[in-house]
Ligand binder design. Structure first.
Ligand SMILES: [Mg+2]
Length: 409
């Protein structure tokens, strides 16, 4: 079997990759839907993989892996890897999890970092509590909910004098806000004020009170928090059984790791410390894991280099006592299928992956193969159809932009 084409269409806002073979089998992959600008990066790899046998996934990847980078530039490589596994699975008539070593669980736990409600009223501890209560009551029955606070999201800009630094303003003169992809002005930084710190703790206490001990609360707080503030946060919430504090120092769209700074925080607190969604390749997790600099890593399979890359990292983390909770909030429905196949195979350090949502609800109408309902009591049952086990139906064509009209041909 040979690869004869690599295509990329932006469906809604979501870059979708299709690898076409000479035997009539196609494979699909997808990147985060905040990255519609990635299409040229995807096509950049086309001449490097044409003519290769897609079922030799590792050989194909060895040609392109070194031409990726930290988020967002590892996404194209990662989505191509997923599409290769989709082809390999279809060619073997096996689900991808069989090719990754077989499943170790029949259902995979997911956590909520993506299903959000418009924030009602002013920022206040009470309204943060109401917000997580709505998430607690979702039909998916999530057993872990993640909330963005502090420098991650609205707090740094909405709460006056949150930190000793300038609030970022966008080019239109508005206070910048987190957009779900990246804000042009993130990350903020500098010391957090005492009242900003106390306010953050009040919001965390209110959310914990609302959730009780039935639903775990994870917090995404940065990047940009200095190590001493990070340790203060971690120690201040030690009695609250927080699932993890995410990306406080480096993280989202930060093209470096600073493992030693994380280690200084992690070894001085019992609160689990988490990072890793922006990191590309196992090599860039080595320092974090060798130094046991965090308690939980959160690579995104659609940024880190793909499914087998994530599995390598998970196994190495497991040997070092580090847990894994893969990132994935806006990886879309093909991303969701890829995450399920991967999570089925991860070792015992697997906690949950971040449930992936599409950019538009009509995505649920154009993809066949997902279970209905998808999530039951915070779990997704692993399915057995070949490859990713999901496919586009005829409805999908009507959402193709003019320039992508031949995407399925
Ligand atoms: Mg995050």
């Amino acid at each position: 079997m040979k690869i004869i084409d690599l295509k990329c269409a932006i469906i809604g806002k979501s870059p979708v990759i299709r690898i076409v073979t000479d035997e009539g089998i196609s494979g699909f992959g997808q990147t985060e839907w905040a990255k519609s600008y990635l299409k040229p990066f995807v096509l950049f790899y086309k001449p490097l993989i044409i003519g290769e046998d897609p079922t030799n996934v590792e050989k194909v990847m060895s040609k392109i892996r070194r031409l990726g980078a930290f988020k967002p530039y590892g996404a194209a490589v990662s989505a191509i890897e997923v599409a290769l596994w989709d082809i390999a699975g279809k060619a073997a008539n096996l689900p991808i999890y069989k090719l990754l070593g077989g499943k170790v669980r029949d259902r995979v736990l997911v956590y909520n970092g993506g299903i959000r409600f418009p924030f009602e009223g002013k920022d206040s501890p009470e309204n943060f509590a109401k917000d997580v209560l709505k998430m607690k009551n979702l039909k998916e029955g999530f057993s872990i909910i993640k909330q963005g606070l502090s420098l991650h999201g609205r707090m740094a800009t909405n709460y006056k004098d949150y930190f000793y630094g300038d609030v970022s303003w966008d080019n239109n003169g508005n206070q910048s806000s987190f957009t779900g992809g990246f804000s042009q002005n993130l990350p903020h930084g500098a010391q957090i004020t005492e009242k900003g710190f106390n306010y953050t703790i009040d919001c965390i206490l209110a959310m914990k009170e609302a959730l009780g001990d039935e639903v775990g609360l994870a917090l995404d707080l940065g990047p940009g928090i200095n190590p001493s503030d990070a340790l203060k946060f971690a120690r201040a919430v030690e009695d609250l059984n927080i699932m993890w504090l995410e990306d406080m120092i480096t993280g989202d769209y930060t093209p470096y790791v600073l493992a030693d700074l994380y280690r200084d925080v992690t070894i001085n607190t019992s609160t689990p410390i988490h990072t890793g969604e922006q990191i590309y390749l196992r090599h860039n997790f080595k320092d974090l894991i060798d130094k046991r600099a965090v308690n939980v890593i959160g690579p995104d399979p659609l940024d880190v280099g793909g499914l087998s890359e994530t599995k390598w990292i998970a196994e190495y983390a497991d040997m070092n006592g580090i847990m894994i909770a893969p990132h994935g909030t806006i990886d879309g429905l093909i991303g969701l299928a890829a995450q399920v196949q991967l999570a089925a195979t991860l070792p015992k350090n697997y906690i949950a992956f971040e449930y992936c949502v599409p950019c538009h609800d009509w995505w649920y109408d154009i993809i066949d193969g997902l279970p209905n309902p998808i999530v039951k009591d915070s779990y997704i049952d692993v399915w057995d159809a070949p490859g990713l086990g999901v496919s586009f139906n005829d409805e999908a064509k009507k959402y193709l932009k003019e320039e992508d009209k031949d995407f399925f041909e």
